[in-house]
Design a binder for this molecule. Structure first.
Ligand code: FPP
Ligand code: MG
Length: 372
């Protein structure tokens, strides 16, 4: 598969080859359930799972405070808004953005996370929840995290308004924070909407370039990762240069995360993934996999994407065929290279708490190896 200049990083620290089931407690979103890992595990026996679990243990208290803050914000005079928000909240989630925010703070400070950080991270997770509600409406998606999506369960109007509610509540949390946080949050939300609008669908005769794809995912996915990382650093009092480095770490981690999401759309077990596979194929989304397929085998891909309406079954069959094609390893390599760029940013930070750096690396490794 011919590639853009995305692969020029020589080091290959992270292996993106294998896919492991995710730690169950991580997926539940209830960090209080994390079982402590013995500190006496010899260094050479520390697996990626153990590293990830340690990362979550490190931020358990902060995460618990963030979960409580979110729950407090979901009260409304209109019971439907609380119900739908709570429905989405109890579907769980990886809480990656709050974890990045907490760990980025810990890089520069040994203090407990201040209430400002808890509010900012809760706000970021609520913005993420709002995007999921709106995205499922746009995609007409019946499933989210193995359950009926809010759109399928409560309908378009109610889930649209709940997204608006969450977004405004999130801004309520951020509004009393300093101007840096308010402006960065506003910029990230603008990017989210821009990314979603710019994404469009594949025109088989003029498919988007990989560079255009990168621009879209930096906006639609990486913007909240970047916000989480730079807000954590800023609220810890990091220098403007370090805040910028953390922002870039967030951008590159978010890009790698979305690339893996695109791969999972065709490789993941539907039950584990919690949503239909082959959705990007059916919807002609300019995902990394779809664009690489057009490069690799233009004849078949163009024929497929020229079809007026692609059925769920056709998309699943095509996803199955692509799983064993060169497209998957090529996409994994690009994601792995981007994760390496993120690591390079992190390596330039002088951390007051080196464990936090190690934990951020573990989160990045999980991003590449996750199955959902
Ligand atoms: C999921 O991507 C979608 C996003 C990451 C961005 C969605 C953004 C919006 C709907 C704009 C709304 C903006 C605000 C501020 C509320 P995906 O479709 O690739 O992932 P999926 O497979 O999980 O649906
Ligand atoms: Mg979607």
């Amino acid at each position: 598969v011919a590639r853009s200049g995305e692969r020029n990083v020589s080091k290959r620290v992270i292996s993106a080859k294998k896919c492991r089931p995710i730690n169950k407690s991580l997926n539940s979103g209830r960090m209080s359930q994390v079982q402590p890992v013995s500190p006496y595990v010899p260094a050479h026996q520390i697996t990626a799972d153990v590293r990830l679990q340690r990362a979550f243990e490190f931020v358990t208290d902060g995460l618990r405070r963030i979960e409580l803050r979110i729950a407090e914000c979901l009260h409304s005079d209109a019971p439907a808004l609380s119900e739908i928000s709570n429905y989405l909240l109890q579907l769980g989630g990886k809480r990656i953005r709050p974890v990045i925010c907490l760990l980025s703070h810990s890089l520069f400070s040994n203090d407990e996370p201040p209430s400002e950080l808890v509010d900012a991270a809760a706000g970021i997770e609520m913005i993420h929840m709002a995007t999921l509600l709106h995205d499922d409406i746009i995609d007409r998606s019946p499933i989210r995290r193995r359950k009926p999506s809010a759109y399928a369960k409560y309908g378009l109007d109610q889930s649209l308004l709940t997204g608006d509610f969450l977004l405004v509540r999130a801004f309520g949390l951020c509004a009393h924070l300093d101007l840096f946080v308010v402006e960065a949050t506003e910029a990230a939300c603008v990017e989210l909407t821009e990314g979603e609008v710019l994404e469009g669908i594949i025109d088989p005769h003029a498919p988007p370039k990989i560079s255009e794809y990168l621009r879209v995912i930096e906006k639609k996915t990486a913007s909240l990762f970047a916000l989480s990382a730079c807000v954590g650093a800023h609220l810890a009092g990091a220098s403007p240069e370090d805040v910028k480095r953390l922002r870039q770490f967030g951008v590159d981690s978010g890009v790698a995360f979305q690339m893996i999401d695109d791969i999972l759309d065709i490789t993941a077990d539907e039950d584990l993934l919690g949503k239909q596979s082959g959705t990007d194929l059916r919807q002609k989304t300019p995902s990394l996999v779809n664009l690489l397929w057009i490069e690799e085998d233009p004849q078949s891909a163009i024929k497929f994407f020229t079809s007026e309406a692609i059925s769920v079954e056709q998309a699943k069959q095509q996803a199955f065929e692509l799983r064993s094609s060169p497209v998957v390893p090529a996409a994994r390599q690009i994601a792995s290279d981007r994760a390496q760029v993120a690591l390079d940013h992190l390596s330039r930070i002088q951390a007051v708490e080196p464990a936090a750096k190690n934990h951020l690396e573990a989160i990045l490794q999980f991003t590449l190896e996750r199955c959902l």
